[in-house]
Design a protein around this ligand. Structure first.
Ligand code: GRF
Length: 202
């Protein structure tokens, strides 16, 4: 399966997906790395690894216009799925609807707890025993789609948001490649087929 990965910064999750795609039994390949920030370090990593990249700053563009150009680049790369990986823009319901069942996101909490931002600080403040990471399908509602996989990470005494985030990142890099591989291997599930038919019918 052909994956477009959207990033906004470091791109360590994108890198994890990229290197996992090089395993002999990997059922996916990264065909595009796109960002809303032309200075995102992940773009340079992807380019150095021979992956096509696309960057378009969102500043000064209406949201729908920025998204339309991002989606055009994704379609031009003939991607089957979109993997959001630290992509810090909310995607409009319109664009999400084009990719129903074919857009995934990684979120640094054990959903449905702590949707939105500052997830680690909130888990620590709540006195939770664990933080963690979730990979889920993207729907119109932020961080609310079907959860495809999760890994819990113990919160340790004295943890700050930064120290917890650093451990959760290790879990993220394990989770995303595994969940994506499993998900695209289910390729014939109804959402995919329906989305594909809809797309071909467009
Ligand atoms: C990760 O913590 C991820 O959970 C969140 O943003 C961060 C992205 O990091 N969505 P990277 O750009 O993949 O290194």
């Amino acid at each position: 399966a052909r994956i477009a990965v959207l990033i906004s910064g470091t791109g360590s999750n994108m890198a994890a997906l990229l290197y996992a795609s090089r395993l002999s039994d990997a059922p996916f390949e990264i065909v595009l790395v796109a960002s809303n920030d032309p200075s995102a370090p992940g773009l340079a990593l992807a380019a150095a690894e021979g992956i096509a990249t696309f960057a378009l700053a969102h500043k000064g563009l209406p949201r729908a216009e920025h998204e339309a150009q991002m989606e055009a680049a994704i379609l031009a790369a003939d991607a089957d799925y979109i993997a959001l990986a630290g992509y810090m823009r909310v995607i409009t319901a319109e664009t999400v609807s084009h990719w129903s069942g074919r857009m995934l996101n990684i979120h640094p909490s054990l959903l449905p707890k702590y949707t939105g931002l500052d997830t680690h600080a909130r888990a620590i403040a709540a006195g939770d025993s664990h933080g963690g990471v979730s990979v889920h399908l993207v729907t119109e509602e932020l961080d609310a789609g079907e959860v495809l996989g999760q890994i819990a990470v113990a919160i340790q005494p004295g943890d700050t948001a930064d120290t917890l985030a650093r451990r959760v990142l290790f879990a993220e890099h394990q989770l995303y490649p595994r969940v994506l591989a499993d998900y695209v291997s289910r390729g014939n599930n109804p959402e995919h087929l329906l989305a594909r038919v809809r797309e071909l019918a467009l």
